[in-house]
Design a protein around this ligand. Structure first.
Ligand code: NAG
Ligand code: NAG
Ligand code: NAG
Ligand code: NAG
Length: 469
């Protein structure tokens, strides 16, 4: 029956595309009175926080602040979130559409922060900026023994990399019990000190814009797997008739941690596992599913895999083999939920579906993710939104010769650089679905404000504890 289906592409829109601009340097309308950067390396990806107090030094009121980002980070951003410090006010933050070349040949990108109201000349405001990206530390050395602890090497700007002049700056690394600096500078004032799980620096004064000379090159202990989902294909099927939402996910996984020096030995693995310690190889993946899921399955190329367990809302799956450094594993998991948990009826024939972005393994980051929602036959897409910027979105209509109606609608969204924390994000699909009342079970008719969804952001997304000073 496959060849009697035909596909129509109804709409294609590309939301994010970055060109290289000629030379955009923001006006020096601001000065950073204080610029504090915290970098948390605890996860497979990097969480950064900036606590910045800025002052308008121009003669006009200003409402746009440009956060300079190195090209490496700009290309790999997962989350970018800004708040007015000490106030629960979210600030519109987006990525500026172009990158620029600096005089020294390096490339700079910008996060554009649009303040809720302009700041008068001479006045100050404090911002809390949270940034997550997948420019993570790399294994150092690249090859280790199974029983060795893994170290990662990570580089970041030591002094503020900012479009504006900085009066006072400070840096702190968090999330490892041991940081060691490679080629530490002779200048004692630039060196850091280890304290418990952090590496702290003293304050620096008067740093010119776009300071790039003082890179910090650091090695830290990180004896955990670095799980990358190279590709995720997540399909979500809506059935009004059965009152279900069915999920099926296909993963192509790789472990980016250090490679085994002497190859794999089952004996060494058994000895190591006796120690019951956390390690750099991954033998179990934990996934957090929506509440009250049922009909779980787990398959791979070979067939059904029996080594999985559901405990509460968690699905624990054991790959057929432990994933050592650069080892790959492809698998499929699926489950079913009640539709009423995700669907609201907004009017007689109009529905709003809110689907979580991810349910994948904890402490993981994603290369390409493709999330498709299959709407029931006869429905019409009205609106689509997501709490994370999409790379692209497509709407296909799937029609068969036997089908007199318009056919199924498949809505596909693509994302780059997601991290496990994006699981708190959502895709919102609004569609109409006429004359199905006879079939469908009563749906909870809750009042749902669509517009409110546009402004929500991933409140729980970043685990960086800003209060920890
Ligand atoms: C920078 O200043 C110039 C001249 O005052 C102005 O025309 C331009 O719009 C400003 N650019 C930004 C990004 O504020
Ligand atoms: C946020 O700022 C960007 C860039 O200035 C703008 O294009 C966008 O419309 C703003 N979004 C909202 C919701 O204000
Ligand atoms: C990834 O490889 C590292 C190093 O070999 C290993 O310790 C870790 O357990 C692996 N992770 C997974 C998920 O297999
Ligand atoms: C996983 O799938 C990819 C793409 O089809 C393939 O290149 C890769 O070899 C597969 N890996 C394994 C371990 O089966």
């Amino acid at each position: 029956m496959v060849n009697c289906w035909s596909w129509y592409v109804a709409a294609i829109c590309i939301f994010l595309r970055f060109g290289l601009c000629e030379s955009f340097i923001p006006n020096s309308s601001w000065e950073n009175i204080e610029y504090q950067k915290l970098v948390d390396v605890k996860h497979a990806y990097i969480n950064e926080a900036f606590l910045i107090t800025i002052k308008n030094i121009a003669s006009e009121p200003q409402s746009e602040y440009f956060l300079a980002l190195t090209e490496e980070i700009f290309e790999k951003i997962s989350l970018f979130e800004v708040q007015l410090a000490n106030k629960n006010v979210y600030v519109n933050a987006s990525l500026y559409q172009s990158k620029c070349l600096l005089d020294d040949g390096s490339v700079v990108g910008y996060g554009l922060i649009s303040l809720p109201s302009p700041i008068e000349p001479g006045k100050q405001v404090s911002l809390t900026i949270k940034l997550s990206h997948t420019a993570h530390g790399l294994p150092h050395p690249e090859h280790i023994l199974l029983k060795d602890a893994q170290n990662l090497r990570f580089k970041t700007a030591r002094l503020p990399f900012s479009a504006y002049y900085t009066r006072k700056a400070n840096l702190q690394l968090l999330g490892s019990s041991k940081f060691t600096e490679l080629s530490a500078p002779n200048d004692q004032s630039l060196r850091g000190t280890q304290r418990d799980d952090s590496y702290e620096f003293q304050s620096w004064d008067d740093i010119p814009p776009f300071e790039t000379k003082n890179q910090l090159d650091v090695i830290y202990v990180h004896d955990l797997p670095l799980i990358e989902v190279l590709k995720l294909k997540r399909d979500v099927w809506v059935s009004h008739w059965a009152s279900t939402l069915q999920f099926e996910e296909y993963y192509e996984l790789i472990n980016r941690s250090a490679k085994l020096k002497n190859g794999f030995s089952r004996l060494e693995l058994m000895q190591d596992q006796k120690n019951m310690r956390l390690s750099h190889y991954c033998s179990v993946l934990e996934m957090n599913l929506p509440e009250e899921s049922s009909e779980h399955y787990y398959t791979d190329l070979v067939g059904m895999v029996s080594t999985s367990r559901v405990l509460g809302d968690n699905l624990y799956i054991k790959p057929r083999y432990p994933l050592f450094g650069e080892w790959k594993y492809n698998f499929t998991v699926g489950w079913t939920n009640k539709l009423s948990t995700f669907l609201r009826q907004s009017s007689k024939e109009s529905f709003i579906l809110v689907v979580p972005l991810l349910n994948g393994p904890t402490d993981a980051f994603y290369g390409k993710s493709e999330i498709s929602v299959f709407l029931p036959e006869g429905s019409v897409l009205q609106a689509l939104d997501s709490s994370v910027p999409m790379k692209s979105a497509e709407v296909h209509t799937q029609k068969s010769y036997l089908d007199l109606n318009k056919g199924h609608i498949k809505v596909t969204c693509e994302f780059d650089n997601m991290i496990d924390a994006n699981r708190d994000g959502q895709i919102v699909v609004k569609y109409s679905y006429p004359s199905q009342a006879a079939y469908k079970k009563p749906l909870s008719v809750a009042c749902y404000i669509f517009a409110a969804l546009m402004s929500f952001f991933l409140l729980k997304s970043v685990n960086l504890n800003l209060d920890k000073k």
